[in-house]
Design a protein around this ligand. Structure first.
Ligand SMILES: Nc1ncnc2c1ncn2[C@@H]1O[C@H](COP(=O)(O)OP(=O)(O)O)[C@@H](O)[C@H]1O
Ligand SMILES: [Mg+2]
Length: 243
């Protein structure tokens, strides 16, 4: 269970109460059995990379048991207050990175993962060029532009893409990051794209705009309530098409 402490500007800090809840209890056989027969993309992150046994179950799924064509997105969504052993957490994150295709990280996440360096340096540190690190790192920073850092490996040109975030009246930012990651993945899958296209700047830019649109809209509502597809139809990037 998490308790959200809302600040006047809509930003939030969280307290987590996990003892005695079912949250961490996901054992690998249950997780594996719950996967549909055909999976195109998997999104993992937050406390499921922190608490046991779910963290080991997620790591095993991602690093050992997913078919190679499945796109893996990781949002560390670091919650320092819930991480008892930072080194062990970073080691697990690193192991997962070797199979991750896309990382979605907020500026705050990057400051936790790679302290003391600018977000763009941290983001490019997470990128690899040998085919065993992510092809793409998405960096969000609240109302400031959302950016994507593309790997120069994988035959891609590398570089950075940046899009402005729509200006909205914020009720709270609960669920904004999840809405961003979910929208990026939904856009990417609906446009018929997969792992191979992640090094192409133009579809990445379009997906980023679509994700910024969805997450900004989520900030105009109370709680983690991302919009339905029908609610974003006709706004920037929706429906998904590759130009
Ligand atoms: N104040 C805001 N105004 C408009 N959009 C916002 C605002 N805060 C967040 N968003 C949207 O949500 C996305 C994710 O927000 P951010 O706060 O960076 O991530 P997280 O929720 O993971 O901390 C941003 O890229 C932006 O599109
Ligand atoms: Mg986040």
């Amino acid at each position: 269970m998490s308790v959200a402490d809302l600040q006047p500007d809509g930003s939030v800090s969280y307290e987590f109460y996990l003892d005695g809840t079912a949250v961490p209890a996901l054992e690998y056989p249950v997780l594996a059995a719950a996967l549909p027969a055909r999976v195109t993309a998997v999104h993992v992150g937050t406390l499921s990379l922190v608490v046991e046994p779910i963290a080991s179950s997620i790591e095993r799924l991602v690093t050992a048991d997913l078919p190679p064509d499945v796109l893996v997105m990781v949002d560390p969504n670091c919650r320092p207050g819930a991480i008892a052993d930072r080194d062990a957490y970073l080691d697990r994150f690193e192991r997962i990175l070797h199979r991750a295709d896309v990382v979605k990280a907020s500026a705050e996440d990057l400051a936790y993962l790679c302290p003391g360096v600018p977000a763009e340096v941290a983001a490019t540190t997470l990128l690899g060029d040998k085919g065993d690190q992510p092809a793409l790192v998405l960096v969000t920073d609240g109302p400031r532009p959302a950016r994507a850092f593309l790997s120069g490996g994988f035959g891609g040109a590398g570089g950075e893409v940046s899009v402005d975030v729509p200006k909205v009246t914020v009720v709270d930012t609960i669920g904004a990051g999840d809405a961003f990651g979910g929208a990026f993945l939904a856009w990417w899958s609906a446009a018929g794209l997969g792992r191979d296209e992640l090094s192409s700047a133009e579809p990445v830019r379009a997906a980023l705009r679509a994700a910024a649109q969805v997450s900004a809209l989520t900030c105009t509502r109370s709680g983690a309530e991302p919009p339905l597809l029908s609610e974003v139809a006709g706004t920037d990037g929706w429906p998904p098409t590759v130009g």
